[in-house]
Design a protein around this ligand. Structure first.
Ligand SMILES: [Zn+2]
Length: 510
């Protein structure tokens, strides 16, 4: 799912120039550190080896040179030393489901300041690619980015008429078009192919086939016309969101699948999809059969398919009445951004919320939490992702909310941490990531309080190390103040949001 405000190329340039954001945040701001850095006397926590007390972690450039008990790791003279006593060091966090919003140009720094050092962009836009380039070139601070393809959807696409420039999606009518779309995105440099909701079964199978031929991962939404187990058997790497999981696990699967296939969805009916699918999704969730689910999940786990539950997205969608529009973190976002969020809440999320629908949505969200716990218990690897672009979801900040929801769902804090560190690293096939160990990437977060005692302590950040560069407490405070000041500068022309009948994507026109 994604909701994204689309600025035209010109509008983006104008807004960016007005905010002074087309320049890197500071010369050499993102250059990897040179020299030695040590965090001494710290409690290290990672999902691979658990808790280790009184450790020294020695870092050179962008790698961990050594990590062991303090007595075993001598600190050479001239090393910059951070006193880690009473503090907790975890690997950098990953947000595996993001969309660049096209409004504020502050996402890279917001991720890092919040300890998010890895991100996966799910709609392959030019903006994320340019951030990826800037960060890799050391021009600005930011996470390591994996950028996927445009969304590959069926016809009619939920994006038809919304994404009018076809910046974000490709609609494919048949297997031949599906294969051509995969080849096109592969040639354009996509790190993976993202499948979408309305792909036909035959087109989905063609995507799977073509991706296998090219050695390209494919992942995304389980289309309405495909069983989760079949998608997983065919090699779907990750399932995004929990929408596509209910039908395989329902005692009433056959009837509900016939009903889903008969739902008429027209072109561009993004919001209509939610409204028409809601009764069926609710019915499927209410007929959830744990024994069936266990069989399905074990098969998915055996296939090595990951799930990114995006609970913060579901909470926003299911319970829009709970959105805190006066969140103190709003100060890090421009008036245009907040205006867009409010527009979407008022025009898309809240209309039609009868008491009966609200009660159903509450129950549905409660069931999503227990579904998440069942997935984890069956051994399905979970990853943290937020679906940035959704109203009031905030780069970096919302990842901590996702961690808290995973624990509320029933995961142990260390399992939740693993979903934000070790599992994304395994998914990316990087053995040097997601752990605090000799030779690993120096992406780390130093916390003031124990995240295993209370997962919300992941937000109590003292310092962040990204690509070996230390962002200490003072630097973090400074950077946040800088972001706050940058987003307050007026944009060239106020954005307005052209209303559409969709669930969120809107064109900001200037
Ligand atoms: Zn999305």
């Amino acid at each position: 799912m994604q909701r994204r405000t689309i600025l035209t190329g010109t509008a983006l340039g104008v807004a960016g120039a007005a905010l002074g954001l087309t320049r890197p945040a500071g010369a050499r701001a993102g250059q990897p550190a040179r020299g030695l850095l040590a965090v001494r006397g710290v409690t290290v926590i990672d999902a691979a080896r658990g808790v280790r007390r009184d450790q020294t972690v020695l870092i050179r450039d962008d790698r961990i040179l050594d990590a062991d008990s303090a007595q075993r790791v001598p600190v050479p003279p001239g090393t910059r030393v951070v006193d880690g006593r009473g503090k907790y060091l975890i690997p950098g966090l990953a947000d595996m489901h993001t969309h660049a919003t096209g409004i504020d140009d502050t996402d890279p720094e917001l991720y890092v300041v919040n300890g998010v050092t890895t991100t996966r962009e799910m709609s392959g836009g030019a903006e994320a690619r340019s951030w990826q380039r800037q960060v890799a070139a050391g021009e600005r601070l930011g996470p390591r980015w994996t950028v996927g393809s445009k969304i590959i959807d069926g016809t009619p696409s939920l994006w038809e008429g919304i994404d009018t420039d076809n910046d974000l999606h490709i609609a494919v009518a048949d297997p031949a078009q599906a294969r051509a779309a995969v080849r096109q995105e592969h040639a354009a440099g996509a790190a993976f192919i993202k499948t979408y909701t309305r792909l036909s079964r035959t087109a989905f199978l063609a995507v799977a086939e073509e991706c296998r031929r090219l050695g390209l991962p494919f992942l995304g939404h389980v289309p309405d016309f495909v069983e989760l187990t079949e998608a997983s058997d065919r090699g779907l790497r990750t399932v995004e969101h929990l929408f596509g999981i209910w039908y395989d696990t329902s005692a009433d699967e056959q009837r509900l699948r016939r009903a889903v296939a008969a739902v008429p969805i027209g072109p561009g009916e993004y919001n209509g999809w939610f409204n028409r699918m809601h009764p069926l999704e609710y019915a499927a969730a209410c007929t959830y059969d744990r024994r069936r689910a266990e069989r399905v999940f074990r098969r998915v786990a055996r296939n090595g398919t990951y799930v990114t539950p995006t609970l913060v997205l579901h909470e926003t969608n299911d319970l829009p009445e709970q959105i805190d529009r006066h969140d103190p973190r709003n100060r890090y976002f421009s008036a245009d951004m907040i205006g867009f969020w409010d527009w979407a809440v008022d025009n898309l999320y809240l209309p039609g919320r009868t008491p009966a629908r609200i009660a159903e949505s509450r129950e549905l969200f409660r069931r999503r939490l227990s579904l998440t716990a069942d997935l984890a218990a069956a051994g399905v690897p979970l990853m943290t992702g937020t679906d940035l672009g959704t109203s009031y979801l905030m780069p970096g900040f919302s990842l901590h909310d996702e961690l808290a929801l995973l624990v509320r769902a029933g995961l142990k804090p260390l399992e939740a941490l693993g979903a934000a560190t070790l599992n994304p690293a395994r998914y990316l096939r990087r053995s040097d990531q997601g752990v605090v160990a000799r030779g690993a990437l120096a992406d780390l977060v130093l916390l003031d309080a124990d995240p295993l005692h209370d997962i919300r302590n992941t937000a109590r950040i003292d310092s962040v190390v990204v690509r070996g560069r230390l962002l200490d407490r003072a630097a973090r405070v400074h950077l946040l103040a800088d972001i706050e000041a940058r987003v307050k500068q007026p944009s060239a022309t106020p954005a307005t949001y052209r209303g559409c009948a969709c669930h969120g994507p809107a064109r900001a026109v200037v």
